[in-house]
Design a protein around this ligand. Structure first.
Ligand SMILES: Nc1ncnc2c1ncn2[C@@H]1O[C@H](COP(=O)(O)OP(=O)(O)OP(=O)(O)O)[C@@H](O)[C@H]1O
Ligand SMILES: [Mg+2]
Length: 367
């Protein structure tokens, strides 16, 4: 069992303002958790504190029930895969993969057998005698993975291991990593700033913002019920539309005076809100239909779909359309907004507001 418990962990670098204060997170045994957040929010720092490469300033980190604060990295049973792979250039692939076993004084015959097996599992058998300089980026990435797997760690820690690969290889390696995880079942923590990578890999996502955790949940929860405008805006592509307004008499009155009817708003009159609308959950209709009228500003062709940028008077909204409705700049259109696609956030705090419509939808999904 290799559950990771992060308990009230804080971190400061020198005299600078604290980067993290009181982080709590439990990663279950065998779980694949992805830490997602923009550059500088503290993802690598958190990972390095688990690995023991960076000391915590306060709080405790436990792995498999044991507090590891005072343990050396090699005593923690974690294997880490970095963005730059950190391979030894003068060693062959086989020597790189087997290095940790050699240090641990594993007998040569066993070492070679384990290296051969792991190399086979990541498709490196034919490259064992090459040096890292003679490999492609994707092959080097596999060596870094193999070097971590061969140690049979309790915990895998990944710090943006796919960032140096081209788009195709990235997706391919993403699948490989998930397959290896499904086979080995070691607890895995994967850091990335790529939301799509995070969504597809994770059992649970942890969304970080400036040294704090904004939300923890399954990819679906985070997408469907983001806890704040920060999470809602960070997750999803194209990005969510945000329209500021005020709740009045069962509708949201947008800044330009347009009335957007939303069910389940009773008792919220006078609340300033941000209405969140995902472009892929809206559709365009002919003029005079739909919940609000708009005019097409411009259209982006995406191949499989088109992203229509429309104006509701002076408010810009993007709508992802799969259908071949003929639209051109200047056209009058309607936007169809189903009640359940409207997300509401407090205009001041940015926190999610649950409406009766959401609750009703929940019940529908459950029954
Ligand atoms: N050794 C250090 N000394 C001082 N400040 C540091 C140190 N390492 C990181 N920081 C600062 O801590 C903050 C978080 O850094 P961290 O590397 O954890 O971010 P990150 O989320 O991994 O970002 P990125 O996506 O760019 O890798 C940054 O502001 C960074 O400048
Ligand atoms: Mg980082």
């Amino acid at each position: 069992m290799a559950e990771i418990r992060i308990d009230k962990v804080s971190k400061s670098y020198g005299k600078e303002k604290a980067l993290m204060q009181g982080i709590d997170l439990t990663i279950m045994d065998g779980e694949f958790v992805v830490i997602l957040g923009p550059s500088g929010c503290g993802k690598s720092t958190l990972l390095r504190m688990i690995a023991g490469l960076e000391a915590v300033t306060g709080g405790t980190i436990s792995i498999a029930g044991q507090v590891v604060n005072d343990l050396e990295p090699r005593e923690r049973g974690c294997a880490m895969v970095f963005q730059n792979y950190a391979l030894y250039p003068h060693m062959t692939v086989a020597e790189n993969i087997g290095y940790a076993l050699r240090v641990a004084r594993v007998a040569k015959a066993e070492r070679m057998a384990r290296v051969a097996m792991v190399a086979g599992s990541v498709g490196l058998t034919e490259f064992l005698d090459r040096k890292p300089g003679q490999l492609s980026g994707g092959q080097r990435q596999r060596v870094a993975m193999a070097r971590a797997i061969v140690r049979e760690p309790k915990v895998f820690l990944f710090d943006e291991p796919l960032s140096n690969l081209d788009a195709t290889l990235r997706v391919q390696m993403r699948h490989e990593i998930r397959k290896i995880h499904n086979r080995i079942g070691a607890t895995s923590v994967f850091v990335t700033h790529d939301q799509q990578e995070g969504m597809t890999l994770a059992d649970r996502l942890v969304v970080m913002n400036k040294g704090t955790i904004e939300q923890v949940g399954s990819p679906e929860e985070i997408y469907e019920r983001p806890a704040s405008t920060y999470v809602a805006g960070f997750i999803g592509s194209p990005a969510m539309n945000f329209l500021p307004g005020e709740i009045q008499g069962g509708a949201v009155i947008l800044e330009n005076g347009i009335r957007l009817p939303v069910p389940g708003l009773s008792g919220l009159d006078g609340t300033m809100v941000q209405v969140g609308l995902r472009p892929e959950r809206l559709s365009l209709t002919g003029p005079g239909r739909g919940q609000i009228s708009a005019r097409v500003d411009f259209v982006e062709e995406l191949g499989s779909a088109r992203l229509a940028h429309v104006l509701v008077e002076d408010i810009a909204i993007s709508v992802l359309t799969g259908d071949k409705l003929a639209i051109a700049p200047g056209d009058e259109v309607g936007i169809a907004i189903a009640p359940c696609v409207v997300q509401l956030f407090d205009g001041t705090t940015g926190k999610r507001i649950e409406t009766a419509a959401h609750a009703a939808q929940q019940v529908e999904t459950v029954s």
